[in-house]
Design a protein around this ligand. Sequence first.
Ligand SMILES: Nc1ncnc2c1ncn2[C@@H]1O[C@H](COP(=O)(O)OP(=O)(O)O)[C@@H](O)[C@H]1O
Ligand SMILES: N[C@@H](CC(=O)OP(=O)(O)O)C(=O)O
Length: 447
Amino acid sequence: MKICKFGGSSVSSAEQIKKILNIVNQDLDRNIIIVSAPGKRNDKDTKVTDLLIQIYQAVMAGRDYSSQLEAVIERFEEIAEELNLRYSIKHQIRAELTHIIASLRDRPLYLLDALKSCGENFNAQLIAQFNVEQGVPTRYLSPLDIGLMVTDQPGNAMILPDSYETIRERLSSYHEKIIVPGFFGYSEAKEIITFSRGGSDLTGAIISRAMNAELYENFTDVSGIYSASPMIIRQPKKIDELTYDEMRELSYAGFKVFHDEAVAPLIHTGIPVVIKNTNDPAAPGTRIVSAHASTGVVGVSCDTGFTSINMKKYLMNREIGFTRKLLTILEEMQLSYDHMPSGIDNISIVLRSHQLTGKLTALISRIQQELSVDEIDVEEDLAILMIVGEGMKTAVGTANKATAALSRQQVNLKMINQGSSEISMMFGLDANQAETAVKAVYEAFFH
Ligand SMILES: Nc1ncnc2c1ncn2[C@@H]1O[C@H](COP(=O)(O)OP(=O)(O)O)[C@@H](O)[C@H]1O
Ligand SMILES: N[C@@H](CC(=O)OP(=O)(O)O)C(=O)O
């Protein structure tokens, strides 16, 4: 059994939807399909998920949201008309969106998630309906129908482990093609809760694990994963195979082609993933597997939007419990951090800047009052560059090669960190040097 996930670029228009159904209908092993909301049809277009977020923003600002609502309806109506669907879905969409706004207006976090989920939800129903009209037995199932239950963390859901058995039982009872909307699940209180952005990849991974699939096929608009972002490097080298760990490290720091949390459900299953191109399904793509012979550095990624909080206290290393107190403050303020490089009298916390909105002043104040640090400063607009490869464990000179390349381009390194796994190396730098840094490192390792 193969589980197929089709991202927004693959379901952005009637033409693309016909392509994905051609891929699905010609293979008896492709019976469970996860779809995203319609993505961009061209560089200037807007993803439907972003159109839905615009409705939310208008509602919360007390503005008239009818133009934003009509923009969503028009996107789906255009697809429905081009597919010659027998009945219009625009009335259903208008009624559903209006109902969501009326019932959740006073609960902003749940309103946003319910609106965001509509892109996937309407698209899955539309695609299932079209396939039925093509004469292919097909059924739309919502995450609630299959028991995909998640934590009550709007915009940041995590699967509830008991869901896997329920999903397997329920999906196994169907024998037609099944279309499931990605990106969201239901809390135990039956509220719609979305994963973080790009989360349809996670839905695919969860269902792959539940069904113990032979293969998780993740279809997008490129023929695999490249060693660096094609938005920065022209015609970058394609990677034939990656391990789960390598993918996790690369997608954490910018490889948005596969969600950085989508590997987690698969870790103990050994289920392979293949990233393929909807527009060239015969191309081999990139396989993501549990283990393979190490092949040196496989990729370089870089993401912006980080903040570093740097603290200095003399004899910090002598103060038993200092770090615990610091982490307790983060926990109580519901802040997760990504890196914590330290020296004997200094420590830095690196975290995603969006978490600090409305919290930074309180955080600094608590650190000063409860930890009595000698100095504290905040560095915003940081980028994190990751060099990744299982082969780094045994390679000598990787750090030297990377720092030499970066210094040749006058990239000022704010921090360097290597985790105990040794399959990646992290460099902190100013966000405005991110592109220069990626080009320098790519040149050093892949040319
Ligand atoms: N290292 C990489 N390898 C391949 N694609 C990448 C990489 N980094 C960024 N991308 C971008 O990710 C895009 C695919 O992700 P996304 O836009 O989310 O597609 P989808 O709509 O199919 O989910 C590609 O078009 C490419 O521009
Ligand atoms: N549509 C959602 C979920 C998603 O995964 O989309 P895509 O498969 O196009 O990355 C988003 O834009 O975040």
